[in-house]
Each structure stands twice: as C-alpha cells, then as structure tokens.
Design a protein around this ligand. Structure first.
Ligand SMILES: [Zn+2]
Length: 88
C-alpha cells in the first residue's frame, strides 16, 4: 500500500486501530480495534470504505440481535472477530 495523505491538510497518515462506538435504536455498541488512518498533523481519523461497510454490517446484525457481544459496560465486540456472512 502506498503512503496515504490526509484529505484535509495533506499530512502523513499513520495506520492505527481505535475503538469505535455505534448507536442503533438508542443502544450503544463498542467495536474494538477498528483499522483506521490517523493524520499526524491535524489528528483527523479516516477509515476505508470497506471498513465503513463492515461497521454498517455489524450495526445491522447488532440491531437484529444476531451479534454475540461481550457485555462489560456497554456491549463490546472486536472488529476482527466479526465475519459477516451477508454483505450488502
Ligand atoms: Zn490532516
């Protein structure tokens, strides 16, 4: 993969992993270790469209009650542990 640049300031993007909270029907789900890129200059965090799609899929499964989550403070799931069977 080539070095990416920030779409806002042109700064260098670094690969990172961050927790990401989604909300569906007033219920929150914490997704751990979501792959993302972080700008060293302005701090903007971006994710690939593929990752966005996966998060949407996770969100849908969660809404439908088909997701096995670990419940600590709020339901939690590791991004890499999810294998989506039905992608849009
Ligand atoms: Zn930037």
């Amino acid at each position: 993969m080539t070095n990416r640049k920030c779409s806002v300031c042109g700064g260098k993007l670094t690969k990172n992993r961050k927790p990401f909270v989604i909300e569906t029907n007033g219920q929150r789900l914490l997704i751990e270790n979501v792959p993302c890129f972080e700008c060293g200059k302005c701090g903007l965090t971006t994710v690939d469209s593929q990752v966005v799609r996966t998060i949407k899929g996770i969100s849908r499964l969660f809404k439908e009650g088909q997701l096995k989550t670990e419940e600590i403070a709020i339901p939690e799931i590791d991004f890499d542990s999810v294998r989506l069977r039905q992608m849009e």
